[in-house]
Design a protein around this ligand. Structure first.
Ligand code: AMP
Length: 192
């Protein structure tokens, strides 16, 4: 399967990162996580990292202009010619519009937007598990709740946005990593 440009969308705890890693290995295309990219900037002490650190620690979103620029540079790189999985971007309607514009300039479009659907109870239970398992500063309870709130307010409207454009594909994110991955593979296969 060539040139699969995917966006992974879903609440924190839906397993987007895990599934993105698995699918990128399966398809041999890069997994582009804006969260990982920004954490690397913070870790290296770069000027960009210094700019975004506080915002990230609070569970809020960094500015649309900044993240659109970061992604714009990343998807221009040669490893992206065969496609990619975007994990954690776009997260606002402005970012989705920015992405559409960037792709349009090179006569490209997304193959699909995969929405990982999970009920609230499961989201909270996964986040609770993550609090113990991962050493992420933004996994403290208050920050997790803020991230959920930010998701509801700013990112969830993208479901309707991509439904309207006909790009949305829903995947049930309940169950084991393997079960979800099987569903994801069938969904991606259906793209042809
Ligand atoms: P993540 O690992 O995807 O949950 O991202 C961690 C943090 O990085 C988020 O809480 C935001 O502060 C920041 N971030 C990542 N992606 C974006 C984005 N597309 N727009 C704005 N902020 C982002």
């Amino acid at each position: 399967m060539d040139n699969v440009r995917l966006v992974f969308l879903g609440p924190p705890g839906a397993g987007k990162g895990t599934q993105a890693k698995l699918l990128s290995t399966e398809l041999g295309i890069p997994h582009i996580s804006t969260g990982d990219m920004l954490r690397a900037e913070v870790g290296s002490g770069s000027p960009l990292g210094a700019r975004v650190k506080d915002t990230m620690d609070q569970g809020k979103l960094v500015s649309d202009d900044l993240i659109i620029e970061v992604i714009g540079e990343r998807i221009k790189r040669s490893d992206c010619v065969g496609g990619y999985v975007l994990d954690g971007f776009p997260r606002t309607v402005a970012q989705a519009e920015g992405l559409k514009k960037m792709l349009g300039l090179v006569s490209q479009s997304l193959s699909a937007v995969v929405f990982f659907q999970l009920n609230n109870e499961a989201i909270l239970s996964r986040l609770e598990h993550r609090r113990g398992a991962e050493a992420r500063k933004d996994d403290a309870l208050d920050v997790q709740l803020e991230r959920l709130n930010v998701y509801e307010q700013q990112t969830a409207p993208l479901v309707a946005f991509y439904e309207r454009s006909g790009e949305l594909m829903r995947v049930d994110a309940n169950g084991s990593i393997e079960q979800v991955f099987d569903r994801l593979k069938s969904a991606v296969k259906s793209l042809g």
